[in-house]
Design a binder for this molecule. Structure first.
Ligand SMILES: Nc1ncnc2c1ncn2[C@@H]1O[C@H](COP(=O)(O)OP(=O)(O)OP(=O)(O)O)[C@@H](O)[C@H]1O
Ligand SMILES: [Mg+2]
Length: 492
């Protein structure tokens, strides 16, 4: 186990090269050995075949001069001399394996080794293919083979045998060259394979090393760092691109979070400054002027209400930004809107709230509390930006594949320049800014978050002086990834 861990801790480059070279080595050795043994048996077989072929006509001719008593003694001297040559020695044996003659012409020549009884026996038994290699009795390896002698080709009776032997000098020389070549080849291949493998894995892994360095820099806070490998399209390139994408998103998220915190702090400071100022005036002794005191206290009350609202909305934003924990169910829009429009009446005092009913059996898979919050924010905005006596329309419909819910008003409308920004947190139009009520600019940001957590999109059509229409469109088959605990609707 420990040893395995240590192997896994080695650089990938080293491990890949090692495995690759091992595999290469095993393959080369197996192939080399197969090739070597094939060549070896081919060379020995062809030597034996050549000897037999050379001897055959001589043997055939000699056997024709054989007497009727089938005794090879008479022809043995001649036969052995005719077959014996510079590299081949022939020994003639009788039917009992007894030594009759050899091809020596001079007395000084060394006598041939005594025939091996086992192989002689097999040859005299009629086996035409007896051969063996003697490695011990001579300086060089010697090939021995036997030719059984028969009185006639169609006669099974063996009347003697010829033992031929020839040194394997040439074959062995060739084989030792072959061995050298194979061993050198394997070594060269392994060295080249190691160097090449090291180089290839090194260059393939270089971008990974670069990515590690970039990751470290990003982790240490340098969010602008990128691996940047646009020309690599392989897996490493894809990983680099995915990493860069992720870094991009992280950077954007961090930036928007910073902006959000700064804006939130700014929003909190305004009412706090107002409160502090009022308290200072009170402490300095405006107690004697009950009317001024009353005004100050009322202003302070308004500021605390505003602070409370802001805190509530901030809490809501943070809840929505955390993994969605909502309680989804199929809600009947007819029932939902009936209930909502009766509750929303107090938002739109002096305005005409009109419900435009859509299909009565439309069902929306949503979290009723958060969804009500979104409609609530839209209706609140509509009321804020519509003069008394104006009309606010709300309703639902089913449009190809999605369910649409809208809130429309015939109020002041939104200047075209503001439209791209109204869904940003803390964004308020100029007119709203000057308004005493002083919203935080979080209402529409929340609507956007809620809509997106339902898999939908919110958009606005607006014309200055004519009114605005906010539409939430949710795809019909939408199902959330996971269900969580129910959320509480903050008091407006
Ligand atoms: N129905 C509307 N008609 C005209 N302008 C609108 C309408 N709804 C939103 N706006 C503009 O969009 C801005 C952002 O709205 P949002 O609801 O996010 O903030 P808010 O209403 O100012 O504050 P909050 O909702 O947090 O109390 C508003 O300040 C206003 O300028
Ligand atoms: Mg609002």
């Amino acid at each position: 186990m420990r040893r395995w861990n240590r192997w896994n801790n080695l650089p990938l480059r080293f491990r890949l090269t090692f495995l690759y070279v091992c595999l290469l080595g095993i393959l080369m050795v197996v192939l080399g050995a197969l090739f070597y043994y094939d060549v070896r048996s081919f060379l020995i077989d062809s030597t034996a075949t050549r000897l037999r072929a050379q001897a055959k006509p001589v043997v055939d001719e000699a056997l024709q001069n054989l007497g009727s008593e089938s005794d090879v003694t008479g022809i043995s001297e001649n036969l052995s001399r005719s077959i014996t040559s510079r590299d081949t020695t022939a020994v003639i044996l009788d039917a009992d394996g007894g030594y009759i003659a050899d091809g020596r012409t001079l007395e000084e020549e060394a006598p041939p080794v005594p025939p091996n009884a086992e192989y002689v026996g097999r040859a005299l038994g009629g086996d035409n293919e007896v051969e063996y290699i003697d490695t011990a009795s001579f300086e060089e390896r010697m090939l021995f083979l036997f030719i059984p002698l028969r009185s006639a080709a169609d006669n099974d009776e063996v009347i003697g045998a010829i033992q031929l032997n020839t040194p394997l000098t040439f074959t062995d020389e060739l084989l030792s060259q072959e061995r050298l070549l194979i061993v050198t080849g394997v070594i060269v291949a392994l060295v080249v394979g190691t160097l090449g493998g090291f180089w290839i894995t090194g260059s393939a892994l270089a971008p990974l090393r670069r990515m590690v360095a970039t990751c470290r820099r990003v982790a240490s806070g340098d969010l602008g760092e990128r691996v940047n490998l646009p020309h690599r399209k392989d897996e490493v390139g894809q990983l680099a691109a995915a990493f860069d994408d992720m870094a991009e998103r992280i950077e954007a998220t961090f930036a928007s979070q910073r902006r959000f915190t700064a804006d939130a702090a700014h929003e909190l400071r305004t009412p706090l400054t107002a409160l502090g100022g009022s308290l200072e005036v009170l402490m300095r002794g405006s107690k004697d002027d009950p009317e001024a005191m009353n005004r100050l206290i009322q202003g302070m009350h308004r500021e605390t209400l505003r602070l409370g609202r802001l805190a509530e909305q901030l809490l809501d934003m943070s809840r929505l930004e955390a993994p969605m924990a909502t309680n989804y169910e199929d809600i009947s829009l007819a029932k939902f809107f009936e209930e909502f429009s009766s509750q929303a009446g107090h938002l739109a005092v002096n305005r005409n709230l009109v419900l435009e009913k859509g299909p009565p059996d439309t069902k929306l898979h949503a979290d009723p509390d958060t969804f009500k919050q979104a409609l609530f924010n839209l209706t609140d905005n509509a009321a804020q930006h519509t003069p008394p006596g104006g009309e606010i329309n709300l309703g639902w419909s089913e449009e190809n594949g999605s369910i649409e819910v809208w809130v429309a008003d015939d109020g002041e409308g939104i200047p075209p320049d503001n439209i791209p920004h109204i869904f940003e947190p803390f964004y308020r139009g100029d007119r709203s800014r000057s308004r005493r009520r002083g919203g935080a600019g979080l209402g529409l940001a929340l609507v956007k978050n809620i809509t997106e957590s339902h898999g939908g999109k919110v958009h606005v059509e607006s014309e200055e002086g004519k009114g605005s229409r906010f539409t939430i469109a949710v795809p019909k088959g939408f199902r959330p990834l996971r269900n969580g605990s129910p959320r509480k609707l903050p008091e407006g």
